[in-house]
Design a protein around this ligand. Structure first.
Ligand code: ATP
Ligand code: MG
Length: 272
């Protein structure tokens, strides 16, 4: 089965989309088949993957709102992963979904049709704990939480964890925290060290060892519609996301080898 990750944090600008695009490209570089789902009406993952959000024929909106078979909305990208794109149309789905039966499971049902087409399905969530994010959490096996190591970063984390726990109890008991990712990491900043230590205490092995540094290439690449790996493969940002993909695939390989002990993940309640 595909491993499905929701990349979520309701705090804006923490590096969700940057992580989605660059992790997708890096997993492809590790010979994995990857689908990136843009579930944010901002359409940043779509643009960052070199697909023009203003020219979409079909998008994740059609999949969620009209139950369009997902393969019809999926397009290839030049970076080797597939993309289910999004644009501002998706903001209508936020409202329309509220009236629908099984409103939180629409994405999960859609992804069941894709079965084993992909090794990894990565979902870019909007900066909000709305029905789109809930759809991602219901469809996913794991949540990847990008965080900046700054003072207010931990503040929002508890409401995200609460939402994850609610989704676990109501709809998706298998949902796990896949990992916490430190983004825009600056080791020279002393606060970074303090927050990092707190994260380590709370999350232990759920905190990725890989940190993503603040790197201008990561910020520049989206304006060329490319992951950093394509834009400047020797940049520190591209190398860090390759390391993250390696850490993730190694972790899963180890968990598969030892599947009886289910060592790859712990329930959210135990992880916090
Ligand atoms: P939103 O909540 O609006 O969806 P987001 O969490 O998806 O935001 P990004 O769009 O990935 O965050 O990043 C926010 C901004 O920071 C972007 O301009 C991006 O290019 C930049 N950025 C992200 N990660 C890094 C990094 N490691 N180094 C430098 N700039 C970065
Ligand atoms: Mg984003």
């Amino acid at each position: 089965m595909s491993k499905i990750f929701a990349v979520a944090n309701q705090k804006g600008g923490v590096g969700k989309t940057t992580t989605c695009v660059n992790l997708s490209a890096s997993l492809v570089a590790n010979k994995r088949r990857v689908l990136l789902i843009d579930l944010d009406p901002q359409g940043n993952a779509t643009m960052g993957s070199g697909v023009d959000k203003s020219e979409l024929q079909l998008s994740s909106y059609d999949v969620l709102a009209s139950l369009l078979p997902p393969r019809k909305a999926i397009v290839p990208t030049s970076s080797g992963y597939d993309l289910m794109p999004a644009n501002i149309d998706l903001s209508a789905a936020e409202v329309e979904l509220l009236e629908m039966d099984g409103r939180e499971s629409r994405l999960r049902l859609a992804l069941e049709q894709i079965g084993d087409d992909y090794d990894y399905i990565i979902i870019d969530c909007p900066p909000s704990l709305n029905m789109l994010t809930v759809n991602a959490l219901c469809a996913a096996g794991g949540v990847l939480i990008p965080m900046q190591c700054e003072y207010y970063a931990l503040e929002g984390l508890s409401s995200l964890i609460d939402t994850i726990t609610q989704v676990q109890q109501a709809a998706n008991p298998n949902l796990k925290i896949e990992g916490i990712l430190r983004t825009m990491y600056d080791p020279r900043n002393s606060l970074t060290g303090d927050v990092s230590e707190q994260l380590n205490e709370y999350f232990g092995d759920r905190l990725y060892r890989t940190c993503i540094p603040r790197n201008v290439r990561l910020a520049e690449a989206p304006s060329f519609g490319k992951p950093a790996l394509e834009y400047d493969r020797s940049s520190k940002g591209a190398i860090a996301y390759l390391a993250l993909a390696g850490e993730i695939t190694r972790r899963h390989a180890a968990a598969n080898q030892n599947s009886n002990t289910n060592s790859g993940s712990r329930p959210v309640a135990e992880a916090v």
